[in-house]
Design a protein around this ligand. Structure first.
Ligand SMILES: [Zn+2]
Ligand SMILES: [Zn+2]
Length: 299
């Protein structure tokens, strides 16, 4: 399959410049549409997954009195992904042959886990700096970041995650992904697609967790963030949610140390109902399993 793809790419490279440009632009457009649809579907599935866990009684909302809605966030997500991915994919497709030739998949779970953790640490100050800049400079805030904060307070849900201007999507995440590829190619002459996609999934899950509106138990955090959200100084689902209540605080994504150093960290908010018994909260799946087994075997 790789050979067929390489032959097709070689044919595109040998084509006249105009035909080549037309193929690249079409491929980038189709790719961006496809990824945008995939992102919306992933967000929708995660939204349904959290709602299902809530119905099972395994997770509680941060502000119980408020019903989250999907409103039209998904339209915004789709738009942000199409426009931010399009230039990134154009660059990638332009360099696809060398990128594919340098891909070195490594499935070792320890390598992938360590890589995800290192990339999260590297991405955090990047995310904080871009995010803080978007808040600090008012014209940038009004023209770009305001869209992400512009929601009637109360119905914020996981769908808010990618409801942002496409420039912001590129600056916060797509630009970092592209920089990682360029850095890996220059440092090692290769890149690990398994790590690359695992990292993007963890980043997306961490970001969706910050908007989902639920207290995240340790087992769920472990499941969706591969342990990044369970490490010391990591951000919880509360951290970014508080940012939407108090935008001057909590501008990092994965950890709290950058905000703590910058003096922009906030750990609680009066609108958010704290978990009464964290041990009981983490043990709810065991209690549910025991109840199901007891019902099944008539104990
Ligand atoms: Zn947000
Ligand atoms: Zn913000």
């Amino acid at each position: 399959m790789y050979r067929a793809l390489d032959a097709a790419l070689a044919a595109v490279e040998a084509a006249p410049p105009l035909a080549r440009a037309a193929v690249l632009i079409t491929a980038a457009l189709v790719g961006a549409l496809g990824f945008a649809l995939l992102s919306v579907a992933y967000e929708r599935a995660a939204y349904a997954g959290y709602a299902f866990l809530e119905r099972l009684g395994l997770i509680d909302r941060l502000i119980p009195g408020i019903t989250p809605t999907a409103t039209d966030y998904q339209k915004e997500t789709f738009r942000a992904f199409v426009f931010s991915l399009w230039p990134a994919l154009l660059l990638i497709f332009y360099n696809l042959r060398p990128l594919l030739a340098c891909a070195a998949p490594d499935w070792n779970p320890l390598t992938v886990l360590a890589g995800v953790w290192v990339l999260s640490i590297l991405h955090d100050p990047w995310f904080w700096a871009v995010h803080a800049t978007l808040h600090r400079f008012k014209p940038l805030y009004r023209k770009i970041h305001h869209q992400h904060h512009d929601h009637p307070w109360g119905d914020m849900s996981l769908h808010q995650t990618a409801d942002m201007h496409f420039v912001e999507a590129f600056a916060l995440t797509m630009g970092f992904y592209a920089a990682c590829l360029v850095l890996a190619l220059n440092l090692w002459g290769s890149w690990n697609p398994v790590l690359f996609y695992a990292y993007i999934a963890v980043e997306a899950n961490m970001n969706m967790g910050g908007h989902c509106g639920y207290h995240m138990p340790a087992w769920l955090q472990l499941l969706v963030t591969a342990g990044v959200g369970n490490t010391p100084w990591s951000a919880s689902s509360l951290t970014h949610y508080i940012h939407h209540l108090d935008p001057s605080k909590n501008r990092a994504l994965y950890f709290t140390w950058v905000d703590k150093l910058a003096g922009t960290y906030r750990a609680s908010h009066p609108k958010i109902k704290p978990i009464a018994d964290p041990v009981e909260y983490n043990r709810r799946p065991l209690r549910l399993a025991a109840k199901l087994i007891a019902a099944r075997w008539g104990a």
